[in-house]
Write a protein that binds this ligand. Structure first.
Ligand SMILES: Nc1ncnc2c1ncn2[C@@H]1O[C@H](COP(=O)(O)OP(=O)(O)O)[C@@H](O)[C@H]1O
Ligand SMILES: [Mg+2]
Length: 248
């Protein structure tokens, strides 16, 4: 499969007081279309920073991210926003739904942001809500839903435009095991059906075990890479054993 996402020697420093903190210290990788990659590492190792740069939400201090052949640092803010909208979807730990909007309106947000009337996408939104099992809750507000249901809304929203790349930062971190597994199954199914690329940041080996390969990050660098192969049901115990040898 062709490469759809590349990072070349990413460095990211944030200002901190008088000085600065280096969150990433030279990360390079290439991810193929349809690949499912998990990123693991202890808290503060740079996972969220890496995901934000890979998805074009933020720019590196130095280095380059290439999304589907486009070097995003060469784009102005507006074209970077458009590239992000067309190519990527994001899912976060705390769902980031808009509380005043209904479930259907939250899912329709990517279309609204594109200046596209949601009414034109009625059937697509119905299809997404059916896919995540929330067709009967289209008019609910987020606070009327369980945590797992809220994350399913967030996933439907991220998948609305069928993005080539889905980036998820601890999407199961606030869910119990069973509910988290439902979200991961939905993710895997969508990716498999649409040949989407998934970058999943997670602490949980059972979540990372869905991936084709696991990248381990430490202190802003890639420490190791564990190849698992294309299957959703890898044995998490083997991965846990490998991670243990890396002190995770
Ligand atoms: N906006 C920010 N401003 C300053 N420091 C930051 C910012 N975001 C992250 N950091 C720092 O960068 C390092 C990596 O953070 P992060 O990417 O959030 O790690 P992780 O997601 O693995 O926990 C940490 O030391 C963190 O404190
Ligand atoms: Mg994080």
């Amino acid at each position: 499969m062709p490469v759809i996402l590349e990072a070349h020697d990413l460095v990211k420093r944030y200002p901190l007081g008088e000085g600065q903190v280096e969150a990433l210290s030279g990360i390079s990788l290439a991810v193929e279309r349809g690949e499912f990659v998990a990123i693991m590492g202890s808290s503060g190792s740079g996972k969220s920073t890496m995901l934000q740069l890979l998805g074009g939400l933020d720019l590196p201090t130095s280095g380059e991210v290439v999304i589907d052949g486009v070097r995003i640092s060469t784009l102005d803010d507006e074209r970077r926003t458009l590239t992000r909208r067309d190519k990527t979807g994001f899912v976060f730990q705390f769902f980031n739904l808009i509380p005043l909007l209904t479930v259907a309106e939250n899912v329709a947000l990517p279309f609204l942001i594109a200046g596209d009337p949601a009414t034109r996408h009625r059937s697509r939104i119905d299809e997404l809500l059916t896919m995540v099992g929330l067709a009967d809750k289209a008019n609910h507000r987020p606070d009327q839903l369980s945590a797992g249901e809220q994350q399913r809304v967030a996933l439907a929203r991220a998948l609305a435009t069928s993005p080539a790349i889905l980036l998820a930062d601890e999407p199961t971190g606030n869910l119990d095991y069973t509910t988290g597994t439902e979200i991961l199954d939905l993710l895997w199914d969508s990716a498999d059906r649409l040949e989407q690329t998934i970058i999943l940041v997670t602490h949980a080996a059972h979540a990372a075990a869905y991936a084709d390969r696991v990248l381990v990050v430490r202190d802003g660098r890639l420490l190791d890479e564990i190849a698992l192969g294309r299957r959703r049901d890898h044995d998490a115990r083997e991965l846990i054993a490998r991670l243990a040898t890396l002190g995770l």
